[in-house]
Write a protein that binds this ligand. Structure first.
Ligand SMILES: NC(=O)c1ccc[n+]([C@@H]2O[C@H](COP(=O)([O-])OP(=O)(O)OC[C@H]3O[C@@H](n4cnc5c(N)ncnc54)[C@H](OP(=O)(O)O)[C@@H]3O)[C@@H](O)[C@H]2O)c1
Length: 173
């Protein structure tokens, strides 16, 4: 099956956004160029994200950032529509099994925390690529919310990128 990669930025205390969803703390961190984003995107064939993350993507971007590939947004609401994405309430494992055969490249699981928790529960993440920002927020939306399945990882790569640490892990299943 197609590889599913969680590629995400977090604070030193494991937050992916402030409680009001803001990412000002992240944008304030000095990186190195695009921190490898373009290279990562080269073989991404589809993205999957939670509805709250999708809403934030729309708020943050003047132009929709992933127009050339399939976009899936998990929601429990009925009847949501967007020109940019397909909304679905399929269980994540069912969705992945259905779309994988037709996807050219890997699947980027964008987040957020709620979707990540579900993906780890179902053991659907193959790889984690983490951009760790040198800031402690103290509160915020967690990368791995309370109650996430205990999961082991194996470090496969680590490099600085400006003030970020870019860490790559395989998920041990
Ligand atoms: N730092 C980063 O790199 C990064 C990356 C990604 C996201 N974020 C941030 O993370 C925040 C959002 O994270 P979050 O944890 O609050 O929310 P989220 O995971 O993005 O979205 C949660 C929503 O997704 C839907 N959902 C989740 N699991 C589902 C399932 N199994 N089946 C059907 N629908 C499901 C539900 O939508 P409905 O309520 O519509 O039913 C739920 O309310 C945003 O602020 C975003 O900017 C940061």
């Amino acid at each position: 099956m197609t590889k599913t990669v969680l590629y995400i930025a977090c604070s030193l205390d494991g937050k992916i956004a402030r409680l009001d969803n803001s990412l000002d703390w992240l944008f304030a961190v000095e990186g190195d160029g695009d921190n490898g984003y373009a290279a990562f995107m080269e073989d991404v064939g589809a993205v999957i994200m939670g509805r709250k993350t999708f809403d934030e993507v729309l708020v943050l971007s003047e132009e929709y950032p992933y127009p050339a590939i399939d976009n899936y947004v998990l929601t429990r609401q009925n009847g949501k529509q967007s020109e940019h994405a397909t909304f679905t309430n399929e269980p994540l494992d069912v969705l992945l099994e259905r779309i994988s055969p037709s996807i050219d490249g890997k699947i980027w699981l964008i987040g957020g925390g709620e979707l990540i928790q579900e993906a780890l529960r179902l053991q659907l993440i193959d790889q984690l690529e983490l951009a760790i920002a040198p800031v402690v927020l103290g509160s915020g939306i967690s990368l791995f919310p309370e109650g996430t399945l205990e999961t082991r990882f194996r470090l496969t790569g680590c490099r600085p990128s400006g003030q970020f640490i870019m860490a790559t892990y395989d998920v041990l299943k």
